[in-house]
Design a binder for this molecule. Structure first.
Ligand code: ZN
Length: 120
């Protein structure tokens, strides 16, 4: 087991430390288009959008398609830590965000009710 080192923490280019998936903010503005934005928690961040999740809505079911972080965020951490470690940590962040952070139930409910409205 490697020594715990603060410099090994994931950080946004704005300086905000991101300890784990709970630190990200999620924005559901584009959920009707099957997209959820992943934001930096620092409201003064000049990047704001760190990544996104894509999903589709078929047969009244949400199907997760893919998630990724944008290059500036990944590159920033790759140069600070190292590429292999960064990719590993950020991949886990995406998995955790998708599984634990996103309120899929709520999204589904919203999309379903929207669909009903359209049918009347
Ligand atoms: Zn930031």
């Amino acid at each position: 087991m490697a020594l715990e080192d603060k410099t090994n923490q994931i950080q946004c280019p704005c300086g905000q430390i991101i300890k784990d998936y709970t630190d990200y903010l999620l924005l559901y503005l584009k959920k009707d288009m099957g997209e959820i934005d992943i934001l930096c928690p620092n409201e003064y961040c000049y990047l704001r959008e760190l990544g996104f999740l894509k999903f589709s809505f078929e047969n009244d079911q949400i199907k997760f398609e893919r998630g990724r972080f944008y290059a500036p965020y990944v590159t920033w951490n790759s140069t600070r830590i190292n590429e292999g470690e960064t990719v590993k940590i950020l991949r886990q962040h995406l998995v955790d965000i998708t599984e634990k952070n996103v309120t899929w139930k709520k999204i589904k409910k919203g999309l379903l009710s929207k669909k009903m409205e359209g049918e009347y």
